[in-house]
Design a protein around this ligand. Structure first.
Ligand code: PLP
Length: 398
């Protein structure tokens, strides 16, 4: 296999060469511990400070509001478990049925521990009903002194964008604390925490061309929270553990590249994605696009090929050098249909055939053309082999 077409950028991205170059000195001569008293460590601490300023600029936040973590999973857990730790049983949690497991699992743990936890549904386009959020926040049963709302900004599987600005307004009006998992919007749409007043926000470096193993946890000043990671006094005692200096520097470089290049990239990604989508809809019958097509990330396309399995499609494309996914990377390995696609009520003939194409700045029109050449015969062949289809028996297709 000579060619690799990587269309799985919501799972992870290539480290940008500029990011790699920025990190290299910190694997060599600049190895000091930023917490050390001596000047050698202090010279490294300055780079961590500069990185914090760059990340803050990316989010229009204050540098003091940026905490470096190991990944978005840690940031999500810090927000949810840290808030629960602060308020104890007095906390009610509202989230959605389509969150990433890094949010859903800590919320379900809180539920098992006796907290009141509500998962809001989505409609057939994967959109949230804000009236339901308002209703949940206004319930007379909401006698809890504190409510945490954890709602993602963009869905990793469908790319659907939630109206997080309106969510923030509603939360403010009801005095609820708002956390958003902004992993998939990083580098794809502008994030400004002054315009969209969330209290906490999570991002992961490897989703926007920094390495795996470093994350952002934004915490607005004054937010009531206990630290999730206990130990030393790093990050002003808000996240213990020696700073991962090379990755923090790389993360800041990725933020800078995203900040400077985002406008052009959005235009490019939208053109690539739209060509891919139009080409698939023209060349393959019995296909549906999953998710709200007007409020969607520019790089993401989720489609269901009815009557066949997404895993089989991904497997055959992989043989042709094309990388796509059938759900969140974390759920792969299981053949259960995606919880996101199921929550949208996608018909059973299409649930299993859902696949995700997700693009990055490094993709090209030639690659889109290559996929549009190779994909239709794969779909045709799988359909011929499938015992199910529009003219076949679907009664056992579940
Ligand atoms: N949240 C969302 C929306 C994601 O897409 C992911 C990763 O796929 C995560 C959280 C977890 O990120 P990480 O595995 O880097 O901690």
């Amino acid at each position: 296999m000579s060619k690799t077409v990587y269309f799985d950028n919501n799972a992870t991205t290539q480290v940008a060469p500029e990011v790699r170059d920025a990190m290299l000195p910190f694997f060599g001569e600049l190895y000091g511990n930023p917490s050390s008293m001596h000047a050698f460590g202090g010279s490294v601490a300055k780079h961590v400070d500069a990185a914090r300023e760059e990340v803050a600029r990316f989010l229009n936040a204050d540098p003091d509001e940026i905490i470096f973590t190991s990944c978005a999973t840690e940031s999500d857990n810090s927000a949810i478990r840290g808030t629960a730790d602060y308020f104890g049983r007095d906390l009610k949690v509202i989230t959605t049925a389509v969150e990433h497991p890094a949010v859903l699992q800590p919320c379900r743990r809180l539920k098992a521990l006796g907290h009141e936890v509500v998962e809001l549904p989505v409609d057939s386009t994967g959109q949230l009903d804000l009236a339901q959020l308002e209703a949940e926040l206004s319930k007379p049963s909401t006698s809890k002194p504190a409510t945490l709302v954890s709602i993602m900004w963009a869905n990793n599987e469908t790319g659907v964008l939630f109206p997080i600005e309106k969510v923030a307004e509603i939360c403010r009006a009801h005095g609820a604390i708002l956390h958003t998992d902004a992993v998939q919007v990083a580098g794809k749409i502008p994030v400004d925490v002054k315009k969209v007043p969330v209290d906490m926000l999570s991002m992961s470096g490897h989703k926007f061309h920094a390495p795996k193993g470093v994350g952002i946890f934004y915490v607005r000043k004054g937010t009531k929270l206990k630290p999730f990671m206990l130990g030393g006094h790093q990050e002003r005692t808000r996240r213990a553990g020696t700073e991962n200096v090379p990755y923090i520097v790389g993360l800041a470089k990725a933020c800078e590249l995203a900040r400077l290049g985002m406008a052009d990239e959005t235009v490019k990604l939208t053109a690539l994605r739209d060509k891919l989508e139009a080409g698939i809809l023209v060349s393959c019958p019995n296909v549906r696009v999953n998710g709200d097509r007007t409020h969607r990330l520019p790089n993401t396309l989720n489609v269901s090929f009815e009557y066949i399995e997404g895993e089989a499609i991904a497997y055959h494309l992989s043989d042709l050098g094309i990388c796509i996914s059938t759900g969140s990377a974390c759920a792969s390995g299981s053949l259960d249909p995606s919880h996101v696609i199921r929550a949208m009520g996608v018909p059973f003939t299409a649930v299993h055939g859902s696949v995700r194409f997700s693009l990055s700045r490094y993709n090209t029109m030639d690659e889109v053309d290559y996929v549009l050449e190779k994909l239709p015969p794969v779909i045709r062949n799988l359909r011929e082999l499938s015992p199910f289809g529009p003219d076949k028996d679907v009664s056992t297709f579940k």
